[in-house]
Design a protein. Structure first.
Length: 213
């Protein structure tokens, strides 16, 4: 199955003799494995945040990088045309081969083995803290405020210090008359993102307290 996983359709066109079916399977297994790993790593994240994190990890560019990191391009079996056109370095071909490898591992060893392999390859990304993630806390806060309070948050830069080349900003969030969070950053946007993250934490804490009562 591993041998089949590295056979590109340009080498053998017929279904069952190239890696397309394994790629199809591996795509689904990879989505499930990454979803499972993200839920374990970020147990308090909602569906929107988890979806954004998964999209940031499971895409052709990232998968091609993972394939290149294990030298998969060197082992690909390509047709003459793809070989001449630099197919061993093409993002789409590398990403597809990576998915095919995951599919092969799943068929051979089951989901746990495939999940463990994915975990080892994405270990660095999964260690990323929430504050370093690509998640847009402002957008998430907007959704939460509309759902819970039927209004939008307002942001105010309440402090700016330092020289022009090394500024520091403090942003404050209010929802109606209540202040929900402050954030600091080197730019106004960073400060607002930090404030939004803290406001989300405050809202979640209040919800838990209310539920306990």
């Amino acid at each position: 199955m591993l041998e089949l996983a590295i056979v590109h359709r340009s080498s053998r066109a017929r279904a069952g003799e190239n890696n397309e079916q394994l790629e199809f399977l591996g795509d689904a297994v990879l989505d499930l494995a990454v979803s499972d790993l993200l839920m374990v790593r970020f147990p308090r994240a909602d569906e929107g945040e988890l979806s954004k994190r998964r999209a940031a990890l499971v895409n052709a560019k990232v998968l091609a990088e993972k394939a290149a990191a294990i030298g998969l391009g060197e082992d690909l079996r390509l047709g003459k045309g793809e070989e001449k056109s630099g197919g061993r370095a093409k993002t789409s071909i590398l990403a597809a081969a990576y998915e095919a490898i995951i599919g092969a591992v799943f068929l051979d060893g089951g989901f746990e083995m495939a999940r463990d392999l994915v975990k080892s390859h994405f270990e660095k990304e999964l260690r990323t803290e929430a504050r370093d993630s690509p998640v847009d806390h402002k957008s998430r806060l907007q959704e939460v405020c509309q759902r819970l309070f039927h209004r939008t948050p307002t942001y105010t830069v309440v402090e700016a210090t330092g020289p022009d080349h090394d500024r520091a900003f403090v942003a404050e969030i209010r929802i109606g008359e209540q202040r929900y969070g402050r954030g600091e950053g080197k730019t106004k946007k960073q400060a607002q993102q930090q404030a939004a993250r803290r406001a989300l934490d405050d809202i979640e804490s209040q919800a838990k307290t209310s539920g306990d009562g």
